[in-house]
Design a protein around this ligand. Structure first.
Ligand code: SAM
Length: 292
């Protein structure tokens, strides 16, 4: 499965409406919003979010970076009923960048599925949550594809089943509750595409290498892996650690690609979302552990 030429050009983003920050907004964040969020006493901020009954804060306290906080960030702002959540999701760079990442990743996944030379195309989604990216891609791709969604949390899948019913993708997705660090036991259908959006930032280097090795062992030549990097460009890492208890592993696209390469993935293409927080990266399996 070659990475389509168009993905390496600007065409990949055609028609996508990304969220962007103008110079004034960026300056306000850098000089006022982020320093306040990062350095105002964490206990006071936590108390404030508790008093304002922020669902985003509560979701992160219960499961830092879990699927519920992701869904709150994905929701239309009109659906975020709490004032605190509306503010966090509108002002926060990470929620905006997450929504951009979802659009970009779904587009890339849809293109990869569309470029396959056989059907059904098998997609394996690790740390899938309810599977927003894969449902979006299955709707867009216009091909017969089946997806296996793996996540630690089975309540993500209740939400995922409802989402699949809404999107018409039920029947094409299955859900496996499990730890992606044990992915070897979940590879009964050799994947043509492994999608690892929103998971590498919660894994250490050794686990990423192991997962890459396990999936590469069963993936056909030319199949693809896609994953994302996160940069500290959002400027609020200290806030997330102290107030939300969220510890993210920031890595460059190069560092992540270097972790995937020993398993036999090469020809990496890194696509930025416009806020510069996330890159969606695609690599192709060339030969068993030997770079082309
Ligand atoms: C930030 S969410 C990303 C969800 C989805 N991939 C997306 O981009 O919309 C991270 C997900 O990874 C899951 N997760 C974290 N560590 C995991 C592990 N070791 N094994 C399986 N799932 C894991 C969490 O339960 C959560 O649903």
């Amino acid at each position: 499965m070659p990475i389509p030429e168009s993905i390496a050009s600007q065409e990949w983003a055609e028609g996508l409406e990304f969220e962007r920050s103008g110079p004034l907004r960026r300056a306000l964040k850098a000089t006022i919003v982020n320093p306040v969020a990062n350095y105002f006493p964490a206990a006071v901020q936590r108390a404030l979010f508790w008093c304002l009954r922020s669902e985003l804060a509560a979701a992160n306290w219960a499961d830092p970076g879990g699927w519920k906080s992701m869904v709150i960030c994905y929701q239309d702002l009109a659906e975020n009923k709490r004032l605190a959540d509306r503010l966090l999701c509108t002002l926060g760079t990470i929620p905006m960048a997450l929504r951009n990442r979802r659009k970009l990743a779904a587009r890339v996944l849809a293109r990869l599925i569309a470029s396959a030379d056989h059907e059904p195309v098998e997609v394996l989604c690790l740390g899938a949550g309810p599977g927003h990216v894969v449902h979006d891609a299955l709707v867009e791709c216009g091909r017969l594809a089946r997806a296996t969604l793996v996540d630690l949390s089975d309540d993500a899948f209740d939400h995922g089943r409802r989402l699949a019913a809404e999107c018409g993708t039920d029947g094409y997705v299955r859900f496996i509750q499990g730890d992606v660090r044990h992915v070897r036991s979940m590879l009964d259908r050799p994947p043509d595409i492994v999608q690892m959006m929103g998971i590498c930032e919660y894994l250490d280097d050794a686990h990423i290498r192991d997962i890459a090795g396990a999936v590469a062992d069963v993936m056909p030549q030319g199949s693809c892996v896609m994953f994302n990097s996160i940069s500290a460009a959002h400027g609020t890492d200290r806030f997330f650690r102290r107030v939300f208890g969220l510890h993210l592993a920031h890595r460059t696209p190069q560092q992540l690609s270097d972790l995937m390469r020993p398993a036999g993935f090469n020809h990496f293409v890194a696509l930025p979302e416009p806020l510069g927080v996330y890159h969606v990266i695609i690599g192709r399996k060339t030969s068993d552990g030997v770079p082309e």
